[in-house]
Design a protein around this ligand. Structure first.
Ligand SMILES: Nc1nc2c(ncn2[C@@H]2O[C@H](COP(=O)(O)OP(=O)(O)OP(=O)(O)O)[C@@H](O)[C@H]2O)c(=O)[nH]1
Length: 291
């Protein structure tokens, strides 16, 4: 399996090179590795406590056993959250929210392509109307993914009206899924949240909202999470998308972000290409993380 930047397995390889038996150093090294992978202090302590107890109980002495136990512990913790996307409404309306530059538009492009492989008919809506470039960027992705787009009629048009028109188009033309791109400016948090509530209200007049996906940049770790707090409090988020894991050494963020927010990760972005988005499978992720 290819080594990934967020993977923990190279840490393991170097940490335990030559060492086959568990010693006090093993625990110190494991603690350092968990912290540097951004698991956060609480989860690090919890995992260490659990593993120490198991090692004592079963009289485990080998590092490779410890590695298996760590993998299982992480998988179990990841699996406490349900990553299923709920897209059974027709149309299923998805709002994509998050701060600037985290990868919302890119994610929508990749996600649209991913859903197309399930033969879904998709329209995307450019409700980030303040930057002409944002609309063009979404249009480029829509083109690549081979899906339709609803654009604002003029720059600065009310985002809620673009969202409305997108859902209207989805209903009239029998689309399965409408994905709406929103603005990510943080400067006026209050204004942004009001704008987002208006988008929600207007959309809900026509159709229930199936998913509100909050996009987080994995390279910013805990810091990025603090910036996204307002969305978690006010936007009715139903799931998380973690982007840029390919450029991150912080695979542990995946676990800490779920536990901190109480929200499931539903999609993971691992590159800038159209194919670089996957669903989230705890078993696969734990395997890739720990090796
Ligand atoms: N390496 C990597 N880069 C990514 C990934 N997802 C997005 N990017 C890059 O992140 C940058 C920002 O992505 P956008 O999609 O424009 O982000 P946005 O949230 O829509 O930004 P605003 O519209 O300004 O709010 C781009 O250069 C993307 O190519 C990913 O999974 N991996």
């Amino acid at each position: 399996m290819a080594e990934r930047s967020w993977s923990f397995s190279n840490v393991f390889q170097s940490m335990f090179r030559g060492a086959e038996q568990i010693t006090e150093d093993t625990w110190d090294d494991l603690e350092t590795a968990l912290i540097s992978a951004d698991f956060g202090p609480e989860i690090t302590d919890a995992i260490l406590g659990e593993l120490r107890a198991q090692v004592d109980r079963h009289r485990v002495t080998e590092v490779k056993e410890l590695r298996r136990m760590l993998r299982e512990s992480i998988e179990e913790r990841l699996a406490a959250f349900d990553p299923t996307l709920h897209l059974s409404e027709r149309p299923a309306v998805i709002l994509v929210v998050g701060v600037n530059g985290v990868g919302k538009t890119t994610t929508i492009g990749k996600f649209a392509r991913y859903l197309k492989t399930f033969d879904k008919k998709i329209v995307v809506g450019a409700a980030d109307t303040f930057r002409a470039a944002a609309v063009e960027q979404l249009a480029t992705w829509a083109d690549r993914a081979g899906v339709d787009i609803v654009r604002p009629q003029q720059q600065g048009q009310d985002p809620a009206s673009v969202a409305f028109q997108t859902v209207e188009r989805a209903k009239n033309d029998d689309f399965d899924i409408a994905i709406i791109d929103t603005a990510g400016r943080l400067q006026t948090k209050g204004g942004l949240m009001d704008e987002l509530s208006k988008v929600r209200r207007v959309v809900e007049k026509q159709s229930p909202i199936a998913e509100v996906l909050l996009v987080l940049d994995a390279t910013t770790g805990q810091n990025g999470l603090a910036q996204a707090e307002a969305f978690i409090e006010h936007a009715g988020v139903t799931g998380l998308v973690l982007t840029k894991l390919d450029g991150s050494a912080k695979g542990g963020f995946v676990l800490s972000v779920q536990q901190k927010t109480g929200l499931p990760i539903k999609l993971v972005g691992q590159g800038e290409g159209i194919g670089d988005l996957t669903g989230f499978t705890p078993h696969v992720f734990a395997q890739q993380l720990i090796g």
